[in-house]
Design a protein around this ligand. Structure first.
Ligand code: SF4
Ligand code: SF4
Length: 370
């Protein structure tokens, strides 16, 4: 057994037994299905954790672990990134963002490149800091880029509520936030994928609750398990998924009970509902998914950068050869891309999956090449 796996597991003595059980179950499941069981991790941090622990290669004979649309940066469409770049090019606008977005290439430029050309692009630790910065710089218009899933949306929603309460009128949000469950519906409905189960995102589940995923078992008959981020959590989740596959059952279980509750975080849900309305959103590689986007409500239009600044953005130009789109759908792995590790590396990324710390290509490049 690779020592890397055992190093990652906090208590190797206990975990060695669990891993041996998982390997045996995986072998039986492959025998039952007549092929490898296909599980998708719907979270970028899981992609990294699975690769770092060496679990993907350790179990590769019996389980096909696919990365899905779990990295918030990677799923952001080219058109949205180009719009963010357009904000940065506008005189008088300061673009506020989380760190990962800065290096993501749009179809013509990245925010990093615009910053080098003199644009005012600032990385803020939290959206609340961006509100404070806007209050201290009334001569600037601060546009904060709201990117991410149900995990980051509450903090961005709070910043809007905070700006309104404090009367900070030069702060607005460009919301490209995404809602996870509708994307999972789109994936399950894709016959090309033929999934046997989902490894559910821990942080998203902490906000929306385990119950929010019940539809996966009830409507699609697939097992799913809410998973934490330690290697031992992932091994436990695989154990639970494989057990369900072998028993022909479909339930949504919670292996991350130390953090995730049945009903999730009600306060975070309330603040999101106060600020955001649900609408359709375009996901890279998947296309438009109904009800999967969060946009500022009409009564908050003054804080909505998309309505406050109408900028012309030409249709996006997608980089030739980049397969990030197919990766988001779990149809391919980074190794299927001709550019992986050659023209596309973390220092010279062609697509977002190589930029983001949670991107599948970056995770494979760092951990799966040995
Ligand atoms: S926000 Fe958390 S749960 Fe969601 S994709 Fe990122 S790491 Fe995973
Ligand atoms: S290796 Fe680079 S070019 Fe290929 S899919 Fe990944 S990010 Fe895109």
């Amino acid at each position: 057994m690779p020592s890397r796996v055992l190093e990652e597991l906090r208590d190797p003595a206990i975990s060695r037994g669990l891993l041996a059980k998982v390997t045996a179950l995986a072998e039986q499941a492959a025998e039952k299905l007549g092929r490898r069981a296909v599980f998708m991790e719907v979270c970028g941090t899981h992609t990294v954790a699975i690769s770092r622990a060496g679990l993907r290669s350790l179990l590769s004979d019996y389980v096909d672990l696919r990365s899905g649309p779990g990295c918030p940066v990677c799923v952001t469409d080219y058109e949205d990134i180009d719009r963010m770049v357009a904000f940065a090019r506008e005189p008088g606008i300061t673009v506020g963002t989380f760190g990962d977005m800065v290096r993501v290439p749009g179809s013509l430029a990245s925010l990093e490149r615009e910053k080098a050309r003199g644009a005012d692009v600032r990385v803020f630790y939290s959206p609340a800091d961006a509100v404070d910065w806007a209050a201290a710089h009334p001569e600037k218009q601060v546009v904060f880029l709201g990117v991410g899933f149900e995990t980051t949306a509450p903090t961005v929603a709070l910043s809007v509520a905070m700006a309104r309460a404090k009367g900070v009128k030069n702060y607005s949000v460009f919301s490209a936030h995404k809602v996870v469950p509708p994307a999972m519906r789109a994936l399950v409905a894709d016959p090309e994928l033929a999934l046997d189960g989902f490894i559910l995102p821990g942080h998203v589940s902490a906000i929306i609750g385990r119950r929010a995923f019940d539809f996966i078992a009830a409507e699609y008959g697939l097992p799913a398990v809410v998973c934490g981020f330690e290697a031992v959590d992932i091994v436990d989740t695989l154990h639970r998924l494989l057990t369900q596959v072998l028993q022909g059952e479909a339930r949504v279980e919670n292996s991350y009970t130390r953090v995730v509750r049945e009903e999730g975080n009600r306060r975070a849900q309330a603040v999101m509902a106060e600020v955001f309305a649900i609408g359709d959103a375009s996901w890279r590689g998947i296309g438009v998914i109904p009800g999967s986007g969060m946009y500022l409500k009409d009564e908050l239009a003054d804080f909505d950068a998309a309505r406050r600044f109408t900028l012309e953005v030409p249709p996006p130009r997608i980089p030739k050869g980049c397969l990030c789109g197919a990766l988001m759908k779990g149809l391919l792995t980074p190794r299927d891309c001709r550019l992986f590790g050659t023209a596309c590396t973390p220092t010279h990324p062609v697509g977002p999956c190589m930029v983001s710390s949670e991107g599948a290509c970056a995770a494979y490049y760092q951990y799966e090449q040995r």
